[in-house]
Each structure stands twice: as C-alpha cells, then as structure tokens.
Design a protein around this ligand. Structure first.
Ligand SMILES: [Ca+2]
Length: 301
C-alpha cells in the first residue's frame, strides 16, 4: 500500500513538474509578420517617394553584364516599398484579375527549396522546383498560404501580372535606369562587394545554411530595414523587382530584374547591389521576385 502511494505521489509530482515547465517555458521567438511603416496619409502620393531628375551612372565591373553607362532621367514617384500581398489582393478583388500561374494551362511557379547537404551545388535545379499549384495566394505550393502575411511582398507573379496591377493604379513599372537611380539614391560610389547591412540577404553558405543574422530566413515583411537616402525600403535584398526593360538575347523572352533577394549570399550571388541585373523569364512567376510601381506626375508641391 505504501509503495502504491509513493508511486501516485511520484507521478503527480512529475505531472506537476512537466506542467510548470510547459506553462513557464520561454516563448519561441515570434515570426515578424509586419514592420512599422510611417505612411503619411496626407502626403501628395501616400506610400510613394519623389525621385528627382538627374543623371545616373549605371553599372559596375563585378559581372560582365553590368556595363557602365550614363542615363539622364526626369523626376518620378516610386513606391517606398515592394507591393504587398494586401495591396495585390485589393487589385484582384476590384478587378477579378486572374494571374498567369492561376490560368488554365499554367500549373504553378518556381519555388526555392532548401537542398540536402550532399546536393550538387553547381546546378541551380537542385534548389529551384517548379511546383504545381504555386501562385501568389499559395507562394510555396498548394499547402501554403499568405494568411497573416499581408505585409509581405507579393511573389509568384509574372511580369504581365505586375504590369496589370501597375496599370490599375494608373502607374507603370520602373525602367532599369529609373530603378537603379532610385536604388543608388544619389551615391556615386557604393561598396560593391561588401554584404549590405540594411537589407534582407543570406548569411552563411548558400544554399545550405542561412544563419539569418539579419533577422530573417526567407522573405521579410516590407519596410523592416532602414530606408535609403530617397526614403525607399528594400531596394536591395528581400525580393528581386521587375523592370520594364527587356533583357537582351534571351529565349524565352525575359525582362531585367534588379536588387537581389533574400537568397543572395557572398559565396554565390553577390547581386545585392544597385548595378546588379538578371534576366527573369516573362511567363514564369517565382518565389523570390516581386515589384514596385512608378507614377508619372508633377513633383512635390
Ligand atoms: Ca535574411
């Protein structure tokens, strides 16, 4: 009898200890779903910044495709952040627009998938998968959603989808020169190879280990990093951004994307720079490309 009592007491004590641990354990670090952004509602064009006219000296010598050239530009307004899921959803609700990845005959989008440690790292196909059912509502495939991620940049959209959104807003996509002018923010000389601090990029060895020293593995909500001198967030890193410029000599046809993404690491991409450029196939949405829009209108009052 005494033994049985001790067993009951012992089990009760164990349950109590487990309960105390369960209810007092330190919380898991929260996933950041939004960052505070001050959008001045009474501004001339809320959520946009004015980029003054000027001559941008584009390009660098890091990669051969980044040919140096100078382009004179008029002033223009540009979104301070990448277009979010919430903004894109408002467009779809208002217009019943169907994105390319959701149309009949199209099955999905390209999705970054962390490869196994022994994968052949010379082949990008080891970390890019074409996923059926991936689209802007389900960016990593049918089992994923954008619920709670309203402030994340919209992805898995094509150039055509981005241009349709811009047109609905009475705007357009930036040219490559405009985008680079806005990203440089008046700086003529930039550190070219150093990994940027105020941007969502990849720390560690791509594509195996991302130590997330910048606070994020994968995409971050818009506006979590300090703006550049023109007041623009995430021009570098987070997601690549579409431009209106055709990328030369591409089959199938492609447009220039700019800015690099959360996948850019010192050992692999080095494209977290205003001069960096890459082709993106026109009809293919991917999980690391988004966009922002430009407005042609008179400058600040
Ligand atoms: Ca990161």
């Amino acid at each position: 009898m005494a033994t049985r009592t001790w067993i009951i007491v012992g089990v009760a004590a164990l349950l109590l200890a487990v309960s105390i641990y369960y209810f007092t354990r330190p919380p898991a670090p929260p996933i950041t779903l939004a960052c505070p952004l001050q959008i001045e509602e009474r501004a001339q064009h809320p959520g946009m910044a004015w980029i003054p006219a000027g001559t941008v000296t584009m390009g660098s010598d890091v990669y051969p495709e980044e040919t140096s050239r100078s382009v004179a530009l008029n002033g223009f307004w540009i979104d301070r952040t990448e277009v979010t899921n919430a903004e894109f959803e408002a467009f779809v609700k208002a217009t019943n627009y169907v994105t390319v990845a959701e149309r009949k005959g199209t099955k999905g989008a390209a999705v970054f998938v962390l490869p196994s440690g022994d994968a052949d790292l010379s082949r990008a196909a080891n970390w890019w998968r074409y996923v059926e059912g991936a689209n802007w509502r389900h960016p990593a495939g049918p089992d994923t959603s954008i619920g709670g991620r309203e402030q994340f940049p919209v992805v898995a959209i094509t150039l055509e989808d981005a241009a349709a959104y811009a047109k609905w807003k009475g705007r357009r996509l930036p040219t490559e020169a405009e985008w680079e002018h806005a990203a440089r923010a008046g700086a003529s000389a930039l550190p070219e190879r150093e990994q940027p601090k105020n941007a969502n990029t990849w720390q560690g060895v791509f594509p195996i280990i991302d130590t997330a020293e910048d606070g994020f593995t994968g995409i971050a909500p818009v506006g979590c990093f300090k703006p550049n001198a023109f007041g623009l967030h995430d021009m570098i890193g987070n997601v690549w951004e579409y431009t209106a410029d055709t990328y030369e000599n591409q089959t199938p046809p492609a447009h220039v994307i700019k800015g690099g993404s959360f996948l850019c690491a010192p050992n692999y991409c080095l494209r977290y720079r205003p001069a960096a450029r890459q082709p993106q196939e026109d009809g293919l949405g991917t999980s690391h490309v988004g966009f922002r829009t430009v407005l042609d209108a008179a400058g600040p009052n």
